[in-house]
Design a binder for this molecule. Structure first.
Ligand code: S3P
Length: 428
């Protein structure tokens, strides 16, 4: 059932926000705990539907999953998955489908993966290529799910990543962990390194330097207790909200600050947000900190392209949504990957900006949004995409008049608490 949220303009945003656990890290901890020997306890596990799809798949593969509030106990399958009776349902989650394909490929059996309407359209050829080179057989349906991985013993490969994708990298590392020989992986553009840290946390040996990553096959994982840092990509919505008001103040505790994700903080500072970081800590390779953000009188603008685009890929919709309120505008290039996310995020951002009265130029690989524009309230189509629903709720804070966010329930994919927290920080 589609649900509409009405967002009214705000005078400012202020408050302290406790974020759910990071979606990317939760997926990895769920999967590796599900393969490991013993019981792992994962605190502050994401409340989003996507990582819970990963947990459900791990249970189908033979792990035991006990949920107790925000802490999840996962007893792993001790290195041996069994062929599930039913297809593995990944819901809306591309991360689940791609990364899990690599995790199950070295196991004997036929593993069928299905997803919702959006996931069924997303490209899976990118994992079929390398996993086939390792010896798996993978059936796709015109390049998409439904997908069947015919698993069995795999052999290591040397892989030069043709696209910047942490999901593809992870699929290969997870397969390489269980293959014979040493798998080598090179990335032209470095992507988020949560898998590398998570593999080490579960006891795997992994080598990484400027020349790439090497993982020796045949390694067993051991259970471990972990805490998931707060989700920086969820914080992005409130950081962008804070950037819209000169007297704003938002504080996040325990926020994930992994350098391979933290480009957003540099970009927010470059735009004009004042950011202070306190209490930096590290656990299992992941940095966390307390972050305080204060608005300023000028919100500049910028061009986002190349490696920066890859580093900000999940935050681009909300940066685009606040772009009309910047002084100089925001241009986004090299972002054609946005067209194959949960929705075509270039097309939907452009459509929704226009429905709020903004001028915007669409390009094949991005968009240009001039600054100094005023927006009016509009009707937003989330396209069942969580990040679109949340991005335009932030733009709506500075519009004149109310904005209807249609398909607002999509936010629950990564951030079920979003609208409650938005109301908590919005001052009218
Ligand atoms: C993710 C990687 C990115 C990102 C997604 C999560 C991950 O996808 O957009 O939300 O957890 O590895 P790609 O690997 O397709 O770039």
């Amino acid at each position: 059932m589609q649900h509409t949220e009405v967002i009214s303009p705000a005078r400012t945003v202020r408050g302290s926000v406790l974020l759910p656990g990071d979606k990317s890290i939760s997926h990895r901890y769920a999967m590796l705990a599900g393969l490991a020997h013993g019981t792992s306890r994962i605190s502050n596990f994401s409340t989003g539907a996507d990582p819970h799809s990963s947990l459900a798949c791990m249970a189908q593969l033979g792990a035991t999953v006990d949920k107790d509030g925000g802490t999840i106990a996962v007893t792993g399958a001790s290195g041996r998955f069994h062929q599930p009776a039913d297809a593995l349902d990944c819901g809306n989650s591309g991360s689940t489908m791609r990364m899990l394909a690599g995790l199950v490929a070295p196991h004997n059996g036929d593993f069928t993966f299905v997803g919702d309407a959006s996931l069924t359209k997303r490209p899976m050829e990118r994992i079929r290529g390398p996993l086939t080179a390792m010896g798996a057989r993978i059936d796709l349906t015109e390049g998409h799910a439904p997908m069947t991985v015919h698993g069995g013993p795999l052999t290591a490969i040397a892989f030069d990543a043709p696209i910047a994708s942490a999901q593809v990298k992870t699929a290969i590392l997870f397969a390489g962990l269980q293959a014979s020989g040493t798998t080598e992986l090179k990335e032209a553009v470095r992507t988020r390194d949560h898998s590398e840290h998570a593999l080490r946390a579960f006891g795997a040996d992994l080598d990484g330097d400027r020349d790439g990553i090497r993982i020796v096959g045949g390694q067993q994982l051991k259970a471990v207790d972990l805490t998931v840092p707060g989700d920086l990509s969820s914080a992005a919505f409130f950081l962008c909200a804070a950037a819209l008001f000169p007297d704003s103040q938002i504080v996040f505790d325990g926020l994930g600050m992994n350098p391979s994700r933290a480009a957003l903080l540099d970009v927010m500072v470059a735009l004009g947000l004042k950011i202070q970081v306190l209490n930096l800590e590290e656990a299992h390779g992941e940095l966390t900190g307390t972050v305080q953000a204060n608005g300023s009188s000028t919100l500049k603008g910028m061009t986002i392209s190349g490696a920066l685009t890859a580093a900000l890929i999940d935050e681009l919709p909300v940066l685009a949504a606040i772009a009309p309120f910047t002084r100089d505008g925001i241009t986004i290039r090299d972002a054609s990957e946005l067209r194959v996310k949960e929705s075509d995020r270039i097309a939907l951002v452009v459509q929704n900006l226009r429905s709020m009265g903004a001028e915007v130029t669409e390009q094949a690989d991005g968009m240009s949004i001039p600054g100094g524009q005023a927006l009016h309230g509009g009707v937003i189509d989330s396209g069942d995409d969580h990040r679109i629903a949340m991005a335009f709720s932030i733009a709506a804070l500075r519009a004149t008049g109310d904005t209807m966010i249609q398909g607002a329930e999509a936010a629950a994919i990564s951030f079920p608490e979003f609208f409650t927290l938005l109301r908590h920080i919005s001052q009218s």
